[in-house]
Design a protein around this ligand. Sequence first.
Ligand code: GRF
Length: 181
Amino acid sequence: MKKIAVFASGNGSNFQVIAEQFQVELVFSDHRDAYVLERAQNLAVPSFAFELKEFADKVAYEQAIVTLLQERAIDLVVLAGYMKIVGPTLLSAYEGRIINIHPAYLPEFPGAHGIQDAWEAGVTESGVTVHWVDAGVDTGQVIKQVRVPRLPDDSLETFEARIHEAEYELYPAVIKELLAE
Ligand code: GRF
């Protein structure tokens, strides 16, 4: 059975949905006070947190992450709201084994504010994308994506909620497929 690790920087609602459907070997957060760590505790998923600023540089930080992943024989790294760019140290150790979810229909609206950017652009539809992680920001090969409409009476909040609902469907579906391969 392939072993999965989930990386999250904050809230962790995607982690929660994933952990309710799959065995998650570990959660990693780059913030020691992230709410995802509380969710992990409630779900009895082992969690680890350390911050970039605690290391000499990003290479050392990512080397610590790679060691953690290797010690636990992780096969698939699932980024779910992990707000750091994956650097060459982690990427070269896990190339082709890291996936990310982005709250827009890539290549539309990459970056940290995919929902807000789509909203401000006045689109009539946006979406959600799961993709392989490469050295760029939201540039890796798309695995699966779905469209999400923006409805005429949407507020940013209702639009955002609909995007998140689509994430909670799409990410487990992709993970299920990858675990079956
Ligand atoms: C999600 O919208 C995800 O697409 C983006 O960051 C958000 C994380 O939310 N990359 P959560 O931490 O899973 O609640």
